[in-house]
Design a protein around this ligand. Sequence first.
Ligand code: FCB
Length: 468
Amino acid sequence: MEEPTLPASLLFGTATAAYQIEGGVHEGGRGPSIWDTYCRTPGRVARGETGDVACDHYHRYGEDVALLADLGVDLYRFSVAWPRVQPTGKGRPNPEGLAFYDRLVDTVLGAGIEPVLTLYHWDLPQGLEDEGGWRVRDTAYRFAEYSRIVADRLGDRVNRWITLNEPFCSAFVGHAVGRHAPGTREGTPALAAAHHLLLAHGMATGELRAAAAGEVGITLNPDHFLPATDSEADRAAVDRARTLHNRVWFDPLFAGAYPDNEDEVWEGMADGSYRADGDLRIIGQPLDFLGVNFYRPIMLRDAPHAEADPAARTAVDIRTEQVPIEGVRHTTMGWPVVPATFADLLIDLDRRYPNLPPIFITENGSAEDDRPDETGRVRDTNRVEYLRDHLDALATAIDAGVDVRGYFVWSLLDNFEWAFGYDRRFGLVRVDYELLERHPKDSYHWYRDFLTSHRARRVQEFAAQREE
Ligand code: FCB
């Protein structure tokens, strides 16, 4: 089968996140995060699983970086656990925590790979949650301080910084759906959390600039919505969902405004009490890149309050309901595989927001029902097909003029998939959770071959350019 052809300058990597792989939660002076608390609350995470050990990356990072080196990636995206750096979320930094990331960054660089650092991938220090967490403005100030500590320590070696990962999930899955930590169903406080996350991003951006840390971006998970029918009601439902999922973030970041349809979407829930004059200016500072995570499209229909299933209702109820997409494969997450919608999303964002900075696809991948054969080999052809088809879609978007500079597979390793625990496997590398052994899957070998030929083209083009 033919492999996707992408611009030779496009950079490739894999992504992970601290709580999902590190383990060692009681080591190195790390304090508890909201995910430690959530995992310990009965009934929250499948089978009561936790990130206590995870992939034991805290001890085995050397082995993991060796896997990355062998894979041949340009970039490695990882996150720093705030509670390792500041165990209670404020005050003096914990030297052991910083030393861990220092070693990790040096090991990654030593392997000829560029580290891309995410400052916040959902593990808020529990100490800050106890004081209101993202519902209160003070947490944004604490995040700015934490960001400066990390920038001062690693800014001489890390050149690409992502402030937040998917603030949509922190704000709404965490405080409205209740399926992520802290696991509550609140209305206005969820909207306040969204605002404070944006503010935190803006303030951290200021600190990273002051520390001359390098390029700064944010990772969002914009969704691509399909109306269940062409009816006006379903199209209006998609508009509301687009505000909740996308515009809440994109409008302040890239258009200097809050969404103009808030009254219709929130029905009075957004009282704006959490906003202050000047916030938009802090939030909307120019960025060097935008991170986009993409997995699947969502089909929606209009679902007036009276019709919606109360059990599925969230505290930020925008009167929509998801509708299954028929006739396509679904991954073990239950997510429909429709690669063309990846291109549609990117092209649509590019047209809606003319001021978007260059894009990095900071996550894309699939959870599959991986089964090792008697030799331990995992023939994950579904994952290979998923990645290949999404890279093809990416090529379509780039051909249409979208400025994409890099792409990361989620994920290097099987890991702790939040409320689903360990049985949803996203890795290019299988993790045996009993022995903590790593076994590259067929997709790992496929990606390695793809990267080898991609790099060969890069070398050729570079040589050709020099001759010109
Ligand atoms: C994204 C998260 C990432 C991972 C993937 C499957 O929403 O950023 O941590 O769980 O989904």
